[in-house]
Design a protein around this ligand. Structure first.
Ligand SMILES: Nc1ncnc2c1ncn2[C@@H]1O[C@H](COP(=O)(O)OP(=O)(O)OP(=O)(O)O)[C@@H](O)[C@H]1O
Ligand SMILES: [Mg+2]
Length: 366
């Protein structure tokens, strides 16, 4: 790694050096060439004017010199532009890539409004693939990550997803707030296809505690209140429920403490509790929970679990859990395997079934 780092750095330094040397030389070089040209012109013109048989008169020559002088500077500018313009174009290419990126999630022409969530979320024969995988012949082929998912989450209930890494749990959650559009089947909220709802409207109904806490280089206060104009006391209440208040108060500036890029100055469990506090403050009717896999010690695990439990109690929740103890009390547990739901039921039913869930459970007991 050291060698690789050195190599990349020296390469970069050499390139930058070469560019700087050329840039620094360009100015004296063009001055020099300009002067040489004047000398040549004066000498040649002089012989024409002062020679034995003058070809042009003195005033004509001076007139000509004045014109020459006045075009020399613009000519130099041209040469400077010829290396500045490609430089600008190169940056433009990078900026353009972002500005022209297509938004794949299309806002419906006449969005249906949904202000409250009353009945259920429903997955009907949903299949999904992340797009654009090419096979050997360059044909687009779809690698199905979810296959024919049918699932109903009634209001006020908690549905949990478990299953091995890569089985499609996070993908399934991402489909509800429409981070991706499904290829087959439909997702309905209170009987309305999510594609018919305004994107903003849809996402307002949903609180999301992600597998990777999405935090910004800002204070605790702004990270928790992100996207809302909550009062300080409301923020504090949310942090208390999320078991985050104590460690926030212990930091140097309390709620004003900066948490670093992506919350880099916090531990994994603290990051999670900050994002739980954000979800509590938003107080959405639907909650999407993707538990982080990071190993927590028993104390912070208890704190995080306690916070999650308080959050889930009064809401419609769909949760991915790695620690089965978090979801023991769920109304329905779905076991996912390679994009399909292979077992479903309550904790007790699944234990009695003696299948995949039982195996997972017994492994965690050990
Ligand atoms: N943005 C993406 N582009 C392409 N493929 C993806 C993308 N995200 C996930 N996948 C693929 O989809 C499959 C399911 O991933 P997903 O993140 O849903 O798994 P998961 O069940 O949440 O796993 P974990 O328990 O490790 O979080 C994986 O095979 C993964 O490689
Ligand atoms: Mg995941």
């Amino acid at each position: 790694m050291n060698r690789r780092f050195d190599k990349v750095n020296s390469q970069y330094r050499d390139d930058i050096m070469r560019v700087s040397i050329r840039q620094q030389l360009a100015h004296p070089m063009s001055e020099f060439l300009g002067t040489v040209m004047i000398v040549v012109v004066l000498w040649f013109g002089g012989t024409l004017v002062l020679g034995q048989y003058p070809v042009i008169s003195g005033p004509t020559f001076i007139y000509y010199l004045v014109i020459l002088y006045s075009i020399i500077n613009p000519l130099k500018e041209f040469s400077r532009a010829s290396y500045n313009i490609p430089k600008g174009l190169a940056s433009m290419e990078r900026v353009d890539k972002i500005l022209k990126a297509e938004v794949e999630i299309q806002e419906p022409d006449q969005p249906v409004r949904l202000d409250t969530f009353e009945h259920q979320i429903e997955f009907r024969h949903v299949s999904f693939a992340y797009k654009d995988e090419k096979d050997k012949d360059g044909k687009t082929m779809l690698h199905w990550v979810l296959k024919d998912i049918n699932l109903t989450i009634p209001k006020g209930k908690t549905v949990a997803l478990v299953g091995q890494s890569g089985s499609g749990k996070s993908t399934l959650l991402d489909l509800i707030p429409r981070y991706y559009d499904v290829q087959e089947g439909e997702i309905l909220i209170d009987g309305i296809n999510v594609k018919d709802l305004g994107v903003h409207n849809l996402r307002q109904l949903i609180g999301n505690v992600n597998q990777e806490a999405i935090l910004f280089n800002d204070s605790f206060r702004n990270n928790i209140s992100f996207g809302s104009t909550a009062t300080d006391s409301a923020i504090e209440d949310a942090a208390r429920i999320a078991n985050a208040h104590d460690f926030i108060m212990q930091s140097e500036n309390g709620y004003g403490t900066n948490i670093g890029d992506r919350g880099g100055r916090l531990s994994g469990g603290q990051r999670q509790r900050v994002s739980i506090a954000r979800a509590i403050l938003k107080n959405p009717p639907i909650l999407i929970l993707d538990e982080a896999t990071s190993a927590l010690d028993t104390e912070s695990e208890r704190l995080v679990q306690d916070a999650l439990y308080k959050l889930m109690k009064t809401r419609t929740t769909i949760a991915v859990a790695h620690r089965l103890s978090t979801i023991k009390n769920s109304d329905e547990i779905c076991v996912m395997h390679e994009g399909e739901i292979v077992e479903r039921g309550t904790h007790d039913e699944l234990m009695a079934m003696d299948g995949y869930y039982r195996k997972l459970h017994d492994m965690q007991e050990i």
